[in-house]
Structures are given as structure tokens and as C-alpha cells.
Design a protein around this ligand. Structure first.
Ligand SMILES: C[S@@+](CC[C@H](N)C(=O)[O-])C[C@H]1O[C@@H](n2cnc3c(N)ncnc32)[C@H](O)[C@@H]1O
Length: 264
């Protein structure tokens, strides 16, 4: 079985059998989207590819564990994932800075992050850890709270909370990295590879607790392992590209040095 807290250089499919069934609390799956010319992104049928992942992940997750599956808007169209996992939300990660070059239709400027859980109820959904600022004034919100669905509590709606609100399912507050971003590891990692730490942090904080085991099967330059390390989660990370694995290792070492420095 795989030891946690390492980035394994391998084809993820070769290592899945070495992950114990029912042992994973959360999976952050930012793998191929099937849309670019990158060698690693060439997938014949992205929906069937994602269905196969969902089938495998449903075995690896413990009851109530979560999966965040990244992709383009059609990434789970026309496949039946329902025998395996329960789709709770389709989060739109809106990127207004994306080049809008289409001439004959509306250019896509968002990614989808499909949030699934195993079973009916999430093991962890720490809303307090991911609240975002309230945008409407209290008076307005209080008027909305007098509608019957909130008063009865039947639909699990929340009341006004001065610490902030649920981020909802359209996320425009976290920007994709640019060449000027301090966390960008190198120019080649922009756009198709490296995700902002804040984005991954929101997923990890919401859907796992300290000490939980997080699987990142397509780790790229190690954003999820870095976030896990900082937030005190264990992780199993897999990445096929040797250079990315090295880059991830370097980033992890920086976090370790940083954490060690804080102890003194
Ligand atoms: C979108 S990137 C992940 C980026 C990552 N979230 C980050 O912030 O650095 C997808 C990664 O999956 C890797 N990959 C694709 N197919 C793979 C496979 N079968 N096994 C392991 N890694 C794979 C690619 O090399 C690429 O680095």
C-alpha cells in the first residue's frame, strides 16, 4: 500500500490498486480536460475517461468522502455516474481574464468543478472555514429570511452570519494565476497546469479535517500536496511528469522549512 505524504512519479492508473479501498477522505482530481494539445491532455473520450475515474474513486473513498473533479462544462455530460457517487454541486470557476477569441459562439470562460460525495451525507462540510463576505446589507437579508423555506429550516438554508456566507457555486473571487503571480513556478505552468493555492485551499478546507487523507492523482507541480501540508492533512499525490514531480518536491520542501521556522 502507498505511504502518505509523498508525490509518486507514476501513471496514476498503475498505482490505484495500491491504495486501500475505503481509505480516502477527499479526492482533488485536476487531471486531463481533453481540450489542449499537451501530450498528457490527449484523451479520446473525456466523459468515458471521467466515468472510469468516478468508478475507481467510489471504491477508494470512505463513506461520506468527497470528490472534486475538474473539467470543461461538458466533462460529465451523457454518462451515468449515479451508481457510483452522488453529485452535489457543479461549481463554476469563472475566469474573466481568459482570452475571448470565439467568433461564432460565446467563448467559454469558466471551468467546472464537479463536487461528488459517496453516499447521502458528506463526512465533512466545514462551511465556517470557507465563508466569503456578505454582499447585501443585513436589512435586505433579514427580509429574505422571513420566507417560509428559511423559517421552517426544511431546505437547510442558513441565516445571516456576520462572518460571511456560503461561497455559492459560481466562484469569480479566485483568479487564475498570471505571469506576475508570485506562486507561479514557471511560465510553462500557467493556464493548463498550475492552479492557485487559494482555489485548492477552499476545497480542502471545506471537505476534510486535520489528519484526513487526501488523494491527488494528477498532482502537476504539487499545489494540492503543498496546501495539504500547510493545513495539516495527509496526502497521496501522483504525477507522471518527472519535472513536475521535482517542482512539487521543491515546493513541499519550502513549506516544510517555513513550518519548521515557525516552531523556533
Ligand atoms: C491540470 S494538471 C494538474 C495541475 C495541478 N493541480 C497543479 O496545480 O499543479 C494535470 C496533470 O496530470 C498529469 N497527468 C496526466 N495523466 C496522468 C496519468 N495518467 N498519471 C499521472 N499523471 C497524469 C499531467 O502531467 C499534468 O501535470
Amino acid at each position: 500500500m502507498l505511504e502518505p505524504d509523498q508525490i509518486y512519479q507514476a501513471n496514476a492508473f498503475d498505482l490505484f490498486p495500491r491504495i486501500e479501498d475505503g481509505s480516502i477522505d477527499l479526492i482533488v482530481c485536476d487531471g486531463p480536460y481533453g481540450v489542449t494539445i499537451n501530450e498528457w491532455d490527449r484523451i479520446d473520450d473525456i466523459q468515458e475517461f471521467n466515468l472510469e475515474l468516478i468508478r475507481i474513486f467510489s471504491k477508494k473513498l470512505r463513506e461520506g468522502g468527497g470528490l472534486y473533479l475538474f473539467g470543461k462544462p461538458d466533462c460529465i455530460d451523457f454518462i451515468d455516474y449515479r451508481p457510483f457517487l452522488n453529485l452535489k454541486s457543479k461549481i463554476v470557476w469563472y475566469q474573466p481574464s481568459r482570452l475571448a477569441q470565439g467568433r461564432f459562439k460565446y467563448t467559454n470562460n469558466y471551468d467546472i468543478i464537479c463536487y461528488f460525495i459517496k453516499g447521502e451525507k458528506p463526512k465533512t462540510f466545514d462551511l465556517d472555514a470557507i465563508r466569503v463576505p456578505q454582499l447585501v446589507e443585513l436589512d435586505h437579508r433579514l427580509r429574505c429570511e422571513r420566507v417560509p423555506s428559511v423559517v421552517s429550516g426544511k431546505y437547510g438554508k442558513t441565516k445571516f452570519n456576520g462572518n460571511g456566507k456560503n461561497p455559492g457555486d459560481v466562484w469569480g473571487d479566485i483568479k487564475q494565476l498570471t505571469y506576475r503571480s508570485k506562486e507561479l513556478v514557471n511560465r510553462d505552468a500557467l493556464n493548463t497546469i498550475q492552479k492557485p493555492e487559494r482555489l485548492i485551499e477552499r476545497l480542502v478546507k471545506a471537505s476534510s479535517a486535520k489528519g484526513d487523507l487526501v488523494l491527488d492523482p494528477f498532482a502537476g507541480v504539487g499545489t494540492c500536496p503543498v496546501v495539504c501540508k500547510r493545513l495539516d492533512r495527509r496526502f497521496i499525490a501522483i504525477e507522471r511528469d518527472e519535472k513536475f514531480v521535482e517542482e512539487g518536491g521543491r515546493r513541499l520542501q519550502e513549506v516544510e522549512n517555513d513550518l519548521a521556522g515557525r516552531l523556533f
